[in-house]
Design a protein around this ligand. Sequence first.
Ligand SMILES: *Cc1c(COP(=O)(O)O)cnc(C)c1O
Length: 389
Amino acid sequence: MHLPTSACTIESLASPTIAACATGPQATIDLGALRHNVRVLARRAAPAGLMAVVKANAYGHGTVRVAETCIEAGAEQLAVARLAEGAALREAGIKTPILVLGAPDTDALTRYAQFDLSVTASSARVVAALASARTPLRVHLKVDTGMGRLGCSPADAPALLEQLQAASHLKVDGLWTHFATADEPDSAYAREQLQRFQQLRATLQRPHVPVHLANSAALLYLNEAMQQTEHSLVRAGLSLYGVPPAADAPLTVSLRPVMRLSAPVVHLKTVSPGTSISYGARWTASRPTRIATLGVGYGDGYPRLCSKYGRVRINDTLRPFAGTICMDMCMVDLGRPEGALAQRVHEGDTAVLFDAEGPTAHDVATWARTIPYEIFCRLDARVPRNYVA
Ligand SMILES: *Cc1c(COP(=O)(O)O)cnc(C)c1O
């Protein structure tokens, strides 16, 4: 049993009593790396402030711990996707301004006031509901400059902004938009979105609304264009967690991956040629082979699609899976039983699914034909998060 030491705390939704489990995976969250990322991103964003995006359980890293650490390290504001995520942060005692990025339930506007959460005015209908609300509210008007998800058109924005500003119970704290392609190198489309936003601002009667538009990708890859655009906040998500949105774009800031996903070797054996492994018997040993069974599977959020091309790191060596990844376990091919690696690996040893050294979250995402965002968000609640300072 790996017991928490004073330097770390382990949190798990599976059971508050049995947080650590010697036969299951563990996500180690390096709060020192998170602090480092917040500092370098805040420096990069300056003079704009950093809004730390902690939606979806802080991309699987744990909302409250991450939010507290980001605030300590210099984040000025927080953002979540849903009302309940913001309420949970308030219930944990966090006082920092919080923007709910998603469209509001206009029947629940008093909840935003109750928890002091800023509302996204995402359409003319929402603006009308806000203007006739009976409670004081903080509002950020969202403009759709090309993402095509939420927001009013740039043409409608000036009138809607005036409507919001004319209502004495509303405090308009932001005007914002969101990029669709900022993670592509030198994106012309992102520049076009920026231009549409700038044109809108030039037409505004009362221009003194704080502006925010950059996500991680815009902050990292569009920095020059961003520097020429007046804005008071950037909304950083993935980069906080130490992972750049694009796998291969050159980086001018040093990010440190915050999460390591590891799992123990729970069983070892040597199989003879012709032995099949796992569901579907899709893998068969062609020679005597040492096989390690790891206590991690797709039920923990590790993608089953990694079965064929994925690798894990064990004893500083990258090794492929043997057969299909199961719900709670997977098997790894350690090579010849007499080989150096097979000789060194013992039951109870730790294998790494992803971390800073590699495989990285980008590697896993590539094997699973997705993006690192999804790898983090899929990490199941039963995986204990082990916070190290
Ligand atoms: C999730 C989100 C972000 C953060 O994006 P990253 O790419 O993770 O930095 C910023 N703005 C909005 C509107 C979002 O939904």
